[in-house]
Design a protein around this ligand. Structure first.
Ligand code: NDP
Length: 586
């Protein structure tokens, strides 16, 4: 009878369980479903298990031996290739079944309450969390477990299709949530946290995920304490950090250097939550699995690409953080640039995280730093509409009265490669505009020698096709096409081929944080930002940000609830994009 010893690394060393006295010699013979399959023609007792250790002596996986084999033969028999491959499912003993401990650092904060705990609960009711998991809130606030549970229960909801027994599910989830109060830079407190985690982990193989929902100036301290005092002894440790990752190239590099003193690159998961949006995830599917799109995805057919992010509200008295960063750092340098890189990258070798991230980095490194003359910055001013008055940005008590921080920016970016040479990528991001949305608009060139030119008159470009990928709200993909109006005459109309998600897929779309959390738990890095990607992204915007600050460029004022400053018309005209093309007519 054959045995397969399965390890997750070709450099693994195989150790027999305590009842075996020798290490065995095994040869990884081929890779099956991402795991190396080692072969041995010995026969073994049922339910004996190996512990596999990597070069750092950490256990990798467990393997089950087949029935009937003499234990001693394990150490002595040579590995031989059996006539036929046989795959033995991976089994683990009770004791070895891994546990997952999730530590939400900054548990009392807005992000934790509004996003992280609800996303973890959603994963729990979808059965996406492992059987043995524990969630610990950590922070300086003094709270009991009960108080934490009470706080987070207010933001938990069951999805429409999971409403049955919702209260029971909530109670079961909350029972798994605990709180530990400590300082962010205290190794002693993290050691105590470690003891609490160990109690819950009960000697099982333990994996630990730290979510740093705290201001970034605390990231390195927490990374140090977590790594030194609360690392798993036998499983993995991963740390999720949220933007902002610095204010410019230098501060971002400093943060990366600081984190890397304690964590390796593959232990750091830099989140850009827009990367977890359903439609952003779908971008690759749309491009690479539909023949009708990929051949058109270049300067030959695309006239311009617009990446739009607008909010219909201002800072609402919460402007302190924003005033220090502004819209370019807050939205453009990360969210919009990440989406642009995914949109514009070449076909990756595979869907593997590193292959995708390699292609994204190439796009970012092919971009010219944004020039001041290709940018319009604005700041909203107050307005009254009937009885309702809207404040200006500087009316926010948490913002400096003389603030020059842009609440709106439009910028034209170019990618200097053979695919995109000369195609303007227009980014627009703003607060207090007339609508709330995030979308990508792809405008195609007009049909050369179009037989129907006369029907379009002077607005030939307006007759070009446009693909709109609406990320938020009301997820949709629609393609504007020219169509004949039914009837005896020849009248043309612009119509939409419309894939509206809520009509086609009548189920709730998971929140971006759910996807990102499950990816981090599963070690899938595709949607997280690698440090070289981050560096390349800052290189695109840092010179502009410095120039704006050094020259104290005053933002153009625009009315609360409008379409943004007038200067955007000129910027658009400069690149042959009409104002109406920004999709405000939809
Ligand atoms: P909060 O300001 O609510 O802070 C989170 C927690 O951190 C607080 O509850 C507090 O916990 C602790 N904290 C706050 N200020 C300090 C300080 N000066 N020194 C030490 N600890 C402090 O932030 P958010 O929850 O809004 O965001 C957390 C991180 O995520 C931030 O970096 C933010 O930029 C980023 N982010 C947030 C988003 C959101 O939607 N809120 C979206 C994207 C990114 P305690 O007092 O108990 O220690």
């Amino acid at each position: 009878m054959a045995i397969r010893l399965i390890a997750s690394s070709s450099s693994a060393t195989l150790f027999a369980p305590s009842s075996f006295s020798h290490e065995t010699e095994t040869t990884p013979t081929r890779k099956l479903f991402g795991t190396w399959v080692c072969q041995n023609n010995s026969r073994f007792h049922q339910n004996k298990h190996f512990e596999l250790k990597a070069s750092n002596m950490q256990p990798l996986n467990a393997v089950t031996l087949q029935a009937g084999a003499p234990v001693s033969s394990l150490a002595t028999e040579r590995v031989e290739k059996p006539a036929q491959e046989e795959y033995i499912p991976f089994l683990e003993t009770e004791k070895e079944e891994p546990t997952l401990s999730i530590v939400v650092v900054g548990a009392s904060g807005d992000l934790a309450r509004r996003k992280i705990f609800p996303a973890l609960f959603a994963l729990f009711i979808e059965d996406r969390l492992p059987e043995n998991f524990t969630i610990f809130g950590y922070g300086r606030s003094i709270m009991t477990d009960e108080e934490l549970r009470n706080m987070i229960s207010k933001t938990l909801t069951c999805r429409v299709d999971k409403r049955e027994n919702c209260d029971e599910k909530m109670a079961a989830f909350l029972k798994k949530c605990f709180y530990y109060s400590g300082q962010y830079s205290s190794e002693e407190h993290f050691l105590e946290l470690d003891n609490k985690l160990k109690e819950k982990e009960a000697g099982r193989l333990s994996n630990r995920l730290f979510y740093l929902a705290i201001p970034p100036n605390m990231f390195v301290d927490v990374a140090r304490c977590a790594k030194r005092r609360a690392s798993s002894e036998n499983g993995w440790i991963r740390v999720i950090v949220e933007k902002p990752f610095g204010r410019d190239t230098e501060s971002s590099r400093e943060l990366t250097r600081g984190l890397k003193q304690y964590l390796s690159e593959d232990q750091i998961f830099r989140i850009d939550h827009h990367m977890g949006e359903e439609l952003v995830e779908n971008l690759l599917v749309l491009r690479f699995s539909n023949l009708v799109f990929e051949p058109l995805w270049s300067r030959n057919y695309i006239r311009n690409v617009q990446l739009i992010f607008s909010e219909d509200f201002g800072t609402q008295g919460q402007g302190r953080y924003f005033d220090n960063y502004g819209i370019i750092r807050d939205i453009m340098q990360n969210h919009l640039l990440q989406i642009l890189a995914l949109f514009a990258m070449d076909t990756p070798v595979s869907l593997d995280a590193e292959d995708i991230r390699n292609e994204k980095v190439k796009v970012l490194r092919s971009m010219k730093p944004v020039q001041l003359e290709d940018v319009v910055v604005g700041q909203y001013k107050g307005d009254c509409d009937g009885n309702t008055c809207y404040p200006s940005y500087t009316d926010d008590m948490t913002v400096s009265k003389n603030s020059l921080t842009p609440t709106f920016a439009a910028a034209t970016l170019f990618i200097n490669n053979s695919r995109w040479d000369g195609v303007p990528f227009l980014m627009i991001a703003g607060k207090a505009l007339h609508s709330k949305r995030a979308e990508i608009r792809v405008q195609f060139r007009h049909v050369p020698g179009n037989l129907y030119n006369r029907k379009f008159g002077n607005s030939l470009d307006q007759a070009g096709n446009e693909l709109v990928i609406r990320i938020q709200p009301d997820e949709a993909i629609y393609l504007k096409i020219n169509n004949k109006v039914p009837g005896l005459g020849m009248r043309l109309d612009r119509s939409d081929l419309n894939l509206l998600y809520k009509a086609r897929y009548p189920r709730e779309i998971p929140d971006a944080y759910e996807r990102l959390l499950i990816d981090a738990i599963e070690g899938e890095r595709r949607l997280f930002i690698r440090s070289d990607e981050l560096d390349a992204a800052w290189a695109v915007f840092t010179p502009l940000l410095k120039e704006l600050e050094e020259k104290k460029v005053a933002p153009e004022l625009y009315t609360y609830g409008s379409g943004g400053p007038v200067g955007v018309h000129y910027l658009a005209a400069k690149h042959n994009v009409r104002w109406g093309d920004f999709g405000y007519e939809d």
